[in-house]
Design a protein around this ligand. Structure first.
Ligand SMILES: [Zn+2]
Ligand SMILES: [Zn+2]
Length: 444
């Protein structure tokens, strides 16, 4: 079974900040991450959900290693594991950057600590790791198994670090010899970074809702060179969609073709080798494929659907980029926003995209029926959203994206939300990291 360690950028920073603090006598600090699992077929993703520093007086002097902790620190970790039904990952760092290499002492001590924890609480994963901002080496004991390497490491946030996934399998055909001539030349976007095209071709992206917003997103993702997409929508094309559905034709509306088929056709016309999950289905029916995604675009109309999609993304620590737009004919205004919901940071509730009022009004049927929609605001919001994904994946500008951008149609402006300074001081209380992962059953 393959094991991946996934951690949010903010939690990793919290851990590394602590591990780099000087200790009164030890040369190296040690700490623990709590782990919850998110299990898939033959693949376990261990989600780091909390960091626990070790008090100075729980270290013991040992001239043979950089840092050693006494029995009390291990007992505390066992207590967290048994009390919370979580795994414990014993960690330290060899420096902020670069892929760490474990020392002989790490390889001897790490498995011992992991085994003690597994003896105390055998139904969780326990392990050890040496971490940096962009790399990890370590091992883990799965319930009922012996110790094995953690094969993959992924960091979610700005910038993202994708798991070292092999590129999607290509279908082999008798015209394969033509492929080198078919490849898109990305020279004009090489400023995004030396390995940016490799990142785009390896990233797995979900697009939920393929209407006015999602169809723009798919078109741009294809041009940028994303090759691995999960497309979610069970809707069919109608003539009323043709004023804004990118890629759709009159014939599609007459034939009532699925929106997934239109998006897939648009992508395949650029990349015949793209790997698409394009069966017409709602995101709820594609949960299995969607939770393997590195980033999800939410391009949904209803507030309830957006709330449910965010809850799903948070439970698997997947960044969600949500776009929404509303025409307000009474006020001669078009109002919209792009919101970035990163694990451990402000969510759509914090960002006031979802409010008790708009959820309640929708539940009571206010605003039901066909809402006015036009193509260009969707294009602006989708472009900004795609820019966010590129920014997260490549970090090309060195600046983290704003959590929310507000669009005003009357002035054609897109600007950082006024809420942002306030949110910096208020942590998200809606989706604590330790609520992510598979449900855990605790004894009462
Ligand atoms: Zn070490
Ligand atoms: Zn929140």
């Amino acid at each position: 079974m393959k094991v991946t360690l996934k951690i949010s950028r903010s939690l990793l920073a919290k851990g590394l900040d602590d591990l780099e603090r000087p200790h009164p006598f030890a040369h190296e600090r040690l700490g623990f991450f709590s782990l919850r699992r998110s299990t898939r077929n033959n693949h376990t993703v261990l989600l780091a959900t909390d960091y626990h520093e070790i008090a100075d007086d729980l270290y013991i002097r040992d001239p043979h290693c950089g840092g050693r902790i006494g029995g009390e620190a291990i007992r505390q970790a066992m207590g967290r594991s048994i009390g919370g039904g979580v795994g414990q990952l014993w960690v330290h760092t060899h420096g902020r950057s670069g892929v760490p290499v474990a020392s002989a002492v790490d390889c001897r001590e790490g498995p011992r600590v992991a085994q003690s924890l597994a003896n105390a609480h055998a139904s969780s994963f326990h392990g050890w790791a040496v971490l940096s901002e962009d790399g990890m080496c370590g091992e883990v004991i799965a319930p009922g198994s012996s110790i094995a390497p953690i094969q993959d490491f992924s960091v979610v946030g700005f910038p993202m670090l994708l798991p070292d996934r092999s590129p999607p399998p290509r279908k082999r055909g008798f015209l394969d010899f033509l492929r080198p001539f078919e490849a898109v030349d990305y020279d004009r976007q090489s400023f995004l970074g030396e390995d940016s095209q490799a990142i785009f071709s390896k990233a797995r992206i979900g697009v939920v809702g393929l209407g006015g917003g999602g169809s723009h997103v798919c078109q741009q993702l294809a041009h940028i060179g994303f090759l691995n997409l999960v497309l979610c929508d069970d809707d069919r094309t109608e003539k009323t969609n043709l004023n804004r559905l990118i890629g759709a034709t009159m014939r599609d509306a007459i034939k009532r073709r699925h929106k997934t088929a239109i998006a897939a056709r648009l992508i395949k016309a650029l990349h015949s080798s793209a790997v698409l999950s394009d069966a017409p289905a709602s995101w709820e029916e594609k949960r299995e494929q969607l939770r393997e995604c590195d980033i999800v675009f939410g391009c949904l109309d209803s507030f309830r659907a957006r709330r449910d999609l965010e809850a799903f993304c948070r439970s698997h620590q997947i960044p969600l980029i949500d776009i929404g737009m509303m025409v307000l004919p009474d006020r001669n205004e078009i109002s919209g926003q792009v919101a970035l919901s990163l694990p451990g940071e402000s969510c759509l509730h914090c960002l006031r995209v979802l409010t008790p009022e708009n959820l309640a009004e929708e539940a009571q049927g206010y605003g039901a029926g066909k809402q006015p929609q036009v193509v260009w605001p969707n294009g602006i919001l989708a472009s900004a959203a795609v820019g966010y994904a590129v920014q997260l994946l490549t970090g090309w500008s060195g600046k983290a994206p704003h959590a929310r951008l507000d669009y005003r149609g009357s002035t054609a402006t897109l600007s950082p939300s006024n809420l942002l300074p306030l949110l910096k001081t208020i942590p998200c209380s809606h989706y604590p990291l330790d609520a992510s992962g598979d449900p855990v059953f605790k004894r009462l």
